[in-house]
Ligand binder design. Structure first.
Ligand code: ATP
Length: 386
């Protein structure tokens, strides 16, 4: 799939911008704080309905205005899609999502149109950082291939917040337990679906990432990726034996077993909100023993696996957004990334320096280059482009 046009109105530091994309690689370069990442954020938002960095949608609205407008023209499977997001906060929140000029009441219809994979410096924390980084990675990944997963997540976290609120605020510990079952039911219902989906997707990524990692390291190192759910289901250890029913049963039993300790600690100690991923390189935990280089290669292999996995599920490669990461990758890693994507994956790249685009991998010639300067984009000639 490829984005052929992007329009932004009152989005971040852009008042009104329209860009057309004609080459497989699009480079946004310029000094710090000029609006390069804002452009990737706009593309990410059109695909996922979320920002990859802002907590609140309001942050995206250009200061002193009351709403933003985004439009993307997408080519996919030889069909053409116009995606639009119109927000207005003048009288409360008002948001309209449109595909081909038709308002979508079901957000899932909008979200399934365009897919992106983003790779930014924060992703380098995937291996070393806290488990919530890894949960976010896997959840974003799953939502791209199955938008209904977002519904399970939202409902799970709604139930979790309610249960934790009761655990924190309810005074009479003797009767508290009577009020928890409705929330337990919700946790178990949505939580089991989340666990099953995570298990399924991690299994696919594990195989792809393993192959890619071996290739980048010239077959010298092995990467293993494991799902580490907080709920131990050793009685149905093999994924073929996992069923929603078995899991739900196990989850409910464990919640009941942990009831007293949850009441004492005033929080829910078990469930997908405590899951983690484990990376091992040559059988050693990459978080503890991996060198910086190995950790970077792990993240790169994961991102490349993500591209391949979406291609497998959706039949087309997603759009790749590389936010300021080329300078973090050495020539070998850059080469692998660009070999995989070349000619197949439309790639948007931001950088503060054109130096990133030189060296062994001369991507300039295949690229369309824009200099980004204080919310304006100036198209430059690069290589042999028109
Ligand atoms: N809601 C907003 N309204 C107006 N301007 C905003 C808004 N949010 C952020 N900005 C401005 O956008 C600019 C930052 O843009 P962006 O994050 O895209 O920078 P960048 O070019 O990627 O920089 P870097 O190279 O440092 O990552 C800053 O000047 C910031 O003040």
């Amino acid at each position: 799939m490829k984005l052929t046009e992007l329009c932004l109105k009152n989005f971040r530091n852009y008042s009104n911008l329209k860009l057309n994309f004609k080459k497989p690689i699009i480079l946004f370069f310029g000094a710090n704080a000029q609006g390069k990442t804002n452009l990737l954020e706009a593309i990410y938002y059109l695909a996922t309905g979320k920002s990859h960095r802002a907590q609140k949608e309001k942050e995206l609205i250009r200061w002193e205005t009351s709403g933003f407008y985004l439009k993307g023209e997408l080519e996919k499977e030889q069909a053409q899609y116009t995606l639009e997001i119109i927000t207005n906060y003048q009288n409360g929140k008002n948001k309209n999502l449109k595909v081909n000029n038709l308002s979508q009441t079901n957000t899932r219809n909008f979200l399934k149109t365009m897919n992106v994979v983003i790779f930014s410096p924060e992703d380098l924390m995937l291996v070393k950082g806290t488990p919530d980084n890894r949960r976010r990675f896997i959840d974003q990944e799953i939502t791209q291939v199955d938008p209904s997963y977002d519904f399970y997540l939202k409902n799970y976290f709604k139930a979790l917040r309610q249960r934790n609120k009761l655990l924190k605020t309810y005074q009479d510990k003797n009767t508290l337990a009577q009020h928890l079952p409705p929330w337990n039911q919700q946790l178990v219902h949505y939580g089991s679906k989340i666990i099953l989906k995570r298990e399924e997707v991690i299994h696919k990524i594990r195989l792809l990432a393993r192959l890619i990692y071996r290739k980048i390291t010239n077959q010298t190192e092995n990467l293993e990726l494991d799902y580490s759910p907080s709920l131990e289901f050793e009685d149905c250890k093999f994924r073929e034996q996992l069923s929603g029913e078995k899991l739900a049963h196990k989850f409910l039993n464990t919640l009941n077993e942990n009831l007293q300790s949850d009441i004492e600690k005033r929080t829910t100690s078990i469930g997908p909100h405590r899951d983690d991923l484990i990376f091992k390189i040559n059988n050693k935990d990459a978080r503890q023993f991996g060198s910086q280089g190995q950790q970077r290669t792990t993240v790169l292999a994961l991102k490349m696996a993500e591209l391949e996995m979406i291609k497998g599920e959706k039949g087309e490669f997603p759009i790749l957004l590389l936010d300021d990461v080329l300078s973090e990758l050495d020539d070998n890693r850059k080469k692998h990334l660009l070999n995989l994507t070349e000619g197949r994956v439309q790639t948007f790249v931001t950088s503060t320096s054109m130096e990133d685009f030189n060296g062994d991998v001369d991507i300039k010639a295949k690229s369309q280059v824009f200099r980004i300067d204080n919310g304006e984009a100036v198209k430059l000639n690069a290589g042999n482009q028109e």
